[in-house]
Design a protein around this ligand. Structure first.
Ligand SMILES: O=P(O)(O)OC[C@H]1O[C@H](OP(=O)(O)OP(=O)(O)O)[C@H](O)[C@@H]1O
Ligand SMILES: O=C(O)c1cc(=O)[nH]c(=O)[nH]1
Length: 217
């Protein structure tokens, strides 16, 4: 594991973004851990977050025209990433969506820059891949093209229980785009093995991974 990945996990633990307990996911899965990006809620934490996403994007070499942050938690993630990239000399347009269309004023579901060209999607996690597929439909319906997806945590989970591939592998193959993650569950488990005394929590995560996880991405 790289130092920037250790720093990212420590940042997430410090802000209780990475938290432990009993959580129901969008997919209906019951998880002993959760990545709640909404808890990156101070100026300094958001600045660090934007920096981490920007570094991952630059390191990947992915070319894109516009940043898209899907509602809800992808919106601030996309915004802080756009700011961090601009501070590094890469000034790109930023666009996000509403979950419910606005029927007054400017109306519609998209806010910010036009959704044109190659779109880089910024989100927090991918579990079963439902959210990212919804974004693909939005991009497609605007005649744009996906350039890639950047997430904070790759949970390394199967798209469905009877599928041998991860949700991320499926997205990469189906849309022929890279999915870039700052850390993945393997990194979190290694970090906790070294730094945490809570063997019970670690065991619950390992058990969860045996049921829903894939090896590799
Ligand atoms: O890969 P999946 O199984 O789709 O799960 C991951 C998605 O679930 C959450 O979104 P959600 O819409 O629940 O939450 P938000 O409105 O808080 O962003 C999360 O932010 C990811 O976008
Ligand atoms: O799968 C989800 O719904 C999910 C998992 C997670 O760790 N964090 C989150 O915001 N959503």
């Amino acid at each position: 594991m790289q130092q920037y990945q250790r720093d990212f996990i420590q940042l997430a633990l410090d802000h209780q973004v990475l938290c432990f307990g009993d959580f129901i996911l969008k997919s209906g899965r019951q998880s002993p851990y959760f990545f709640n990006a909404g808890r990156f809620h101070t100026g300094a934490a958001l600045a660090a977050l934007g920096h981490a996403y920007a570094e991952a994007i630059i390191a990947s070499g992915t070319e894109f025209d516009v940043i898209f942050g899907p509602a809800y938690k992808g919106i601030p993630l996309g915004a802080v990433t756009a700011v961090a990239l601009a501070q590094k000399g890469i000034d790109k347009p930023f666009c996000y969506n509403r979950k419910e269309a606005k029927d007054h004023g400017e109306g519609g579901t998209l806010v910010g820059a036009p959704l044109n060209g190659k779109v880089l999607i910024i989100d927090d996690v991918i579990t079963a891949g439902t959210a990212v597929r919804e974004v693909m439909q939005i991009i497609d319906s605007h005649g744009a093209e996906a350039a890639g997806v950047v997430i904070g945590l790759n949970r390394q989970e199967k798209a469905s229980e009877d599928c041998e591939f991860s949700a991320i592998q499926q997205v990469e193959r189906q849309y022929n785009i890279p999915v870039i993650s700052i850390v993945q569950l393997d990194n979190v488990i290694s970090f906790l093995e070294q730094e945490s005394q809570d063997s019970e929590t670690l065991q619950k995560i390992v058990n969860y991974r045996q049921r829903y996880g894939v090896s590799g991405q």
